[in-house]
Structure formats: structure tokens, C-alpha cells
Design a protein. Structure first.
Length: 438
């Protein structure tokens, strides 16, 4: 029985490490098994992947339309704005898929990018990533890493050690699941208003799978480990700064109910981490059932976001292609990137500001840029965190008791971007100096 617990903990742990981080040579490039599997599926079955993608997208749209009338569809309920964007995304996706629609969105650059690259990548990567991730989160890896992280959470980020579990759920799973955990702990007295605000706005990160989508779209999935390492450190360095300045530092420290104090960490924290992991592993379902459940959870998440990506992404491309709006918003960043020496600084500037609408959109602005600029934006855009196609409305809706306002999120986006530029710039320079970005 003891050996079974160890197997259920260690097998998914090492599977995750190999799947997401083991460098391999494939088709003449250095990549990871994650990339190889996704590439094989998309290249070997392009027509089937296209049919699957449009089916998942339209299923999400239809279920969203009927969600106000059927309680069992409550997971598809959302704000009125996102509701409209999903419907619009369904219409746009049909137009792009069939080739019949307004001329403004029928250009080959828009149609190919949205329906042959971006949306299929999301549709394939999320369920595959979720399958492995669900095993990791359910068999002790989350508890193991979370327990080891406790000593740095309070001094570094002004949150209890238990917050590591919420954060790691976002890292290896989904920010929506991380937000759900945070809200539950907050309502029970495990977090103050400020602590919940910090976790929700600074650490509800995009997952490993989402980082993979961005890297794949920018054709640098072979550099995925380096992108992820940069993203990892950028998020935590930025978070340590953000929690100490307004608006975060000005949020009330009150609790909604009687506070639940956190137990003191034991001296032998590694042993405690292992014990917690083994306890979770012993209570978990079979690995096969966890894998299958993760796959369907990934399908559900994909059905939620694909239509929003289709609408917001297409609108943004049209605005970027036919209007100067993002050029104007990007102007303050142009001299900075010019000074840094990034190639095509205007494209990079546009990618910097366009992320506030949807985290995938920066890839549009730099998809044809030199490698070093694509790498910079891959790390920057995934670290900015605040975007209004999904996570913004979700945070405001789930934490009304604080409350988290639109103005908070907009200020945080600006603050994060200003802090991140020198951090990501320095990291990109270090990687560039190795010759990997030339």
C-alpha cells in the first residue's frame, strides 16, 4: 500500500517534468515532448483538427446562449459583455472557417492566423496539457511544492503559506481553478481582503499550457523551457514589488469572517512536504481517471475561451491592420524599446499594449518579427497577467466583497508593464548573449 502511494506521487511528478521540460532534438530543432505531440497532431491531421476546433468553439457558444435558462449550464454563465463576445466569436469563427463573410476579416493573413494557427493551437494544447496537469495537482505534486514554498510566501509576498497552493494551481492548471480556490478560502476566513486581492491580481497566472500556446504561436516552442523560466521569475519579482505599492497596499486588511490562523511550519519542511504529498496521493483517484477527467476539463475550458479569442482577437487584428489606435497607445514605449535595441520596436510596442485586451494578441503584432523580439514578447505578455477578455471580468465578478474594480485592474496592468520591461529586457539580453536568439 505504501509503495502504491509513492508510485501515485512520483510517476505523475516525473511524467510532468519530462513532458513539459525535457529537451529533445526533433526535426532538426531542440524542443520538448509537449511540442512534439502537438506538432504531430496538427501536422498529421490538419483537417480533423480544424473540424474538432470549430466543433468545440461552437459547442461553447451554444451552451452559453442557453446558460441563463438551464441551471446545469451555470458554468457557462458570464458577464453580459463576454456573453456578447462569445456569440460574436461564434459568428466570426463560422465566417473564417467557411470563407464566407465580411471582406474586412477575410484577408488571408487574418483567416490563416486565426483558424490555422492560433485557435487550433489553443484547442489542442489545453486539453493535452490539462490531462497531465490534472494528475500533477491530484496526486501530491501540488502539496509537495506548495509546502516547500511556505517560508517565502509571507515575507516575500505578504500572503499566508497556504496561498502557494492557489498559485501553483494556476501555474500547472488554470487561473480559473486558482481563483476558485482563493475565493473559497477567502470566504471561510483563510485570507483577508488584501491577501485575496494580492493572490487574485498578482498570482492568478496563465498556466504552463497557456505559455505553450504563446510559444507555439510565435514559433519558439523549441525554446519553451527558457520562456517558462523567464515567465516564472518575472511573475514573482513583479509580484513582490506590486504588493508593496498602491493600489494593492491600500486594500483593506479586514476579514469577511473569523480569521483562520495558519499553523506554524515544522522544522523539517521537506519531510512535511513529502508526507502531505503522500496523503494526497493515497486519497486520489486512479491515474487513468485523473487523466481522462483532466482532458474533459481542458475541453470545457477550451469551449469557454475559444469564441472569445475569435471575437476579441479578430477585432484587435482588424483594429491593428486598419486603424492607428494601437500605434497611438504604443507610442510611449517606442523610445524605450529603441533604446534597448529590440528589432522592430514599434511592433514590440504595439504588442505590449494590446495584451490588455487579450493575452494572445501580442503574438499577432510580432508573429513575423525577428526571433529576439518574439522571445521578449513571449515572456512579457504571459507575465502581464491582466487582460479583459477573461481574467479581468472573472476577478471582478468573483471578488465583489473586496471589491476589485476595473480601475484597480487597469492601474495594475500599467504598473506591471512598467516593472516588467527592464526585468524581461535583462533576461532577454542574457539569453541573446548565449547565441540562442540569433
Amino acid at each position: 500500500m505504501k509503495g502504491k502511494k509513492w508510485f501515485k506521487f512520483l510517476f505523475p511528478f516525473f511524467l510532468g517534468v519530462v513532458f513539459f521540460f525535457l529537451p529533445l532534438k526533433y526535426s532538426g530543432k531542440l524542443t520538448v515532448p509537449f511540442d512534439i505531440l502537438v506538432s504531430l497532431l496538427r501536422n498529421s491531421f490538419p483537417r480533423d483538427v480544424g473540424i474538432y476546433t470549430i466543433a468545440v468553439l461552437l459547442t461553447g457558444v451554444v451552451l452559453s446562449i442557453f446558460s441563463p435558462f438551464f441551471p446545469f449550464l451555470k458554468k457557462y454563465k458570464t458577464s453580459f459583455l463576454i456573453y456578447l463576445l462569445r456569440i460574436l466569436g461564434g459568428i466570426i469563427a463560422i465566417c473564417l472557417y467557411t470563407g464566407y463573410g465580411p471582406r474586412i476579416i477575410m484577408g488571408e493573413d487574418i483567416r490563416n492566423f486565426m483558424m490555422n494557427l492560433l485557435i487550433p493551437s489553443v484547442a489542442v494544447i489545453i486539453p493535452i496539457g490539462a490531462s497531465v496537469v490534472n494528475m500533477l495537482t491530484s496526486t501530491g505534486t501540488l502539496d509537495f511544492v506548495g509546502t516547500l514554498s511556505r517560508p517565502i510566501m509571507r515575507p516575500g509576498f505578504k500572503v499566508p503559506g497556504r496561498a502557494a497552493l492557489d498559485i501553483l494551481t494556476s501555474w500547472v492548471g488554470s487561473y480559473s481553478v486558482g481563483l476558485y480556490i482563493t475565493r473559497n478560502v477567502f470566504l471561510k476566513g483563510g485570507y483577508s481582503k488584501r491577501e485575496a486581492f494580492i493572490i487574485a491580481t498578482s498570482f492568478s497566472t496563465v498556466s504552463i499550457g497557456f505559455v505553450g500556446v504563446v510559444a507555439s504561436t510565435l514559433k519558439i516552442l523549441n525554446l519553451f523551457p527558457l520562456v517558462f523560466i523567464g515567465y516564472f521569475f518575472a511573475v514573482f519579482i513583479t509580484g513582490a514589488i506590486i504588493v508593496r505599492i498602491p493600489p494593492t497596499s491600500k486594500i483593506s486588511g479586514d476579514y469577511l469572517t473569523i480569521p483562520i490562523p495558519e499553523a506554524e511550519a515544522k522544522k523539517d519542511i521537506f519531510r512535511e512536504a513529502v508526507n502531505q504529498a503522500l496523503v494526497t496521493a493515497s486519497r486520489s483517484s486512479s491515474l487513468i481517471s485523473l487523466f481522462i477527467r483532466g482532458f474533459f476539463d481542458g475541453l470545457f475550458l477550451a469551449s469557454l475561451i475559444l469564441s472569445t479569442i475569435a471575437s476579441v482577437g479578430t477585432i484587435a487584428i482588424v483594429l491593428a491592420k486598419y486603424t492607428p489606435i494601437f500605434n497611438y497607445l504604443a507610442l510611449p514605449f517606442y523610445p524605450i524599446y529603441k533604446l534597448i535595441g529590440l528589432p522592430q520596436p514599434m511592433k514590440v510596442s504595439i504588442a505590449t499594449v494590446i495584451e490588455v485586451a487579450e493575452m494572445y494578441l501580442p503574438t499577432i503584432a510580432v508573429k513575423d518579427a525577428p526571433l529576439v523580439s518574439r522571445f521578449f514578447i513571449a515572456v512579457l505578455s504571459t507575465s502581464q497577467l491582466i487582460f479583459f477578455s477573461s481574467v479581468g471580468p472573472m476577478i471582478m465578478d468573483m471578488f465583489r466583497e473586496i471589491p476589485i474594480k476595473f480601475s484597480h485592474l487597469l492601474i495594475l496592468f500599467i504598473e506591471r508593464t512598467i516593472i516588467l520591461i527592464p526585468i524581461v529586457g535583462a533576461y532577454t539580453y542574457i539569453i541573446y548573449s548565449t547565441g540562442l536568439l540569433r
